[in-house]
Ligand binder design. Structure first.
Ligand SMILES: NC(=O)C1=CN([C@@H]2O[C@H](COP(=O)(O)OP(=O)(O)OC[C@H]3O[C@@H](n4cnc5c(N)ncnc54)[C@H](OP(=O)(O)O)[C@@H]3O)[C@@H](O)[C@H]2O)C=CC1
Ligand SMILES: CC(=O)N[C@@H](CCC(=O)OP(=O)(O)O)C(=O)O
Length: 317
């Protein structure tokens, strides 16, 4: 029997990518909306309630509205927006979070796809906090570098207009959310079990897709004294059998080009690759992935596969 799927926000960046994935899946009937009615609550409501599973690929306010339009108990919702990620009635759609998360996703009808920056941060740090290596009150700071597609259609249009790029000098990387206001901070804190909010600085740069998250740690401030190599072993054991999380070999320079990190090697995949670098008193957890893959649409499909009882990696690489 085929499942019916509706993508609310089908014309947006995340929605289009999900559409691409869905076109490769057999046994799915995709319900589409007349593009002219894509913001009409009545038309959306009919499709939202007709589908077995819906993806919300919308700004936060519109995603909230869509949830309120679902009036039956059958429709399962996968929400890619920030809304509901820390809501206890929703399951956080990061199957690799803990041993029980996958099952929680499988049996849920309301799943939030993690934020792109939050994904690398949580997957790098959570195992170390659970193991008592990083104390819960550690003063964490982190930063990420992301391609402009992470900002959706408006950022894509801006960065792909040469006159705007020139005029506003968008060719160089730019820090943002400098008032410590980034919308991923609550989920970053909640799903690592950190006592305090991390200090997080994202940086947007002039390329399309790919994200790298850096979490530096000072060894002498850890609860258990561990070398970077021990941290690498711990993370490798934690993610040993995960299909989409790879802890990359320690002290290999194969991932560097003349000493520079190759950031975009996971583009168009659902993979996240975690590196551990260490020297003296310092440990550096560095992850790379596609903000449109494991950071959004790939992760959304991974969750759908679990919720519909498909093979988790169906149509994902
Ligand atoms: N891009 C990324 O890497 C990531 C994005 N996300 C999140 O996913 C969600 C979607 O983001 P993204 O695809 O990038 O955003 P886009 O801006 O590219 O797309 C959003 C889409 O929603 C449509 N829309 C806006 N308001 C409404 C409404 N009231 N009813 C119906 N449709 C509406 C827009 O219409 P119109 O075509 O008219 O603009 C647009 O097509 C956001 O919450 C975002 O933060 C999450 C992780 C990563
Ligand atoms: C480059 C850029 O602007 N990226 C977005 C993140 C996209 C994302 O993950 O947003 P959601 O929380 O809605 O999922 C940002 O940092 O706000």
């Amino acid at each position: 029997m085929s499942n019916t799927v509706f993508v609310d926000g089908q014309e947006g960046t995340t929605g289009l990518k999900i559409f691409e994935y869905l076109s490769k899946i057999t046994g799915i009937q995709v319900l589409t909306i007349d593009p002219l009615k894509r913001k009409d609550p009545q038309a959306r409501s009919e499709l939202l309630n007709a589908a077995d599973i819906v993806f919300l690929c919308l700004p936060d306010a519109a995603a909230k509205e869509s949830v309120s339009l679902v009036t039956n108990s059958k429709t399962k919702i996968i929400n890619t927006s920030t809304t509901f990620r820390t809501d206890p009635d929703w399951v956080y759609g990061l199957p690799e979070l803990t041993g029980s998360q996958r099952e929680a996703i499988r049996s849920s009808t309301r799943v939030s796809v993690p934020g792109c920056h939050a994904t690398g941060f949580i997957l790098s740090l959570r195992p170390l906090i659970d193991a008592g290596v990083v104390p819960r009150d550690y003063p964490v700071s982190c930063y990420s570098v992301t391609g402009y597609s992470g900002g959706g259609k408006s950022k894509i249009e801006m960065y792909e207009d040469a006159s705007i790029v020139n005029e506003r000098k968008l060719g160089v990387p730019r820090h943002y959310a400098l008032q410590h206001t980034h919308k991923h901070i609550p989920e970053m804190q909640k799903y690592t079990n950190l006592q305090y909010e991390p200090l997080f600085t994202p940086i947007i740069a002039n390329y399309y897709q790919g994200l790298a998250m850096s979490v530096p740690l000072i060894k002498r401030n850890l609860t258990k004294q561990m070398s970077a190599k021990n941290v690498h072993e711990l993370l490798s054991a934690y993610y040993g059998s995960e299909p989409f999380v790879r802890v990359m070999p320690y002290e290999s320079d194969a991932y560097l080009d003349e000493g520079y990190f190759k950031l975009a090697e996971c583009s168009n995949t659902n993979r996240i690759e975690i590196f551990v670098f260490g020297e003296g008193d310092h440990i550096h957890l560095l992850s790379r992935y596609d903000n449109l893959g494991k950071g959004a649409s790939g992760a959304a499909i991974q969750n759908m596969n679990l919720m519909l009882g498909y093979d988790e990696g169906y149509c994902l690489i």
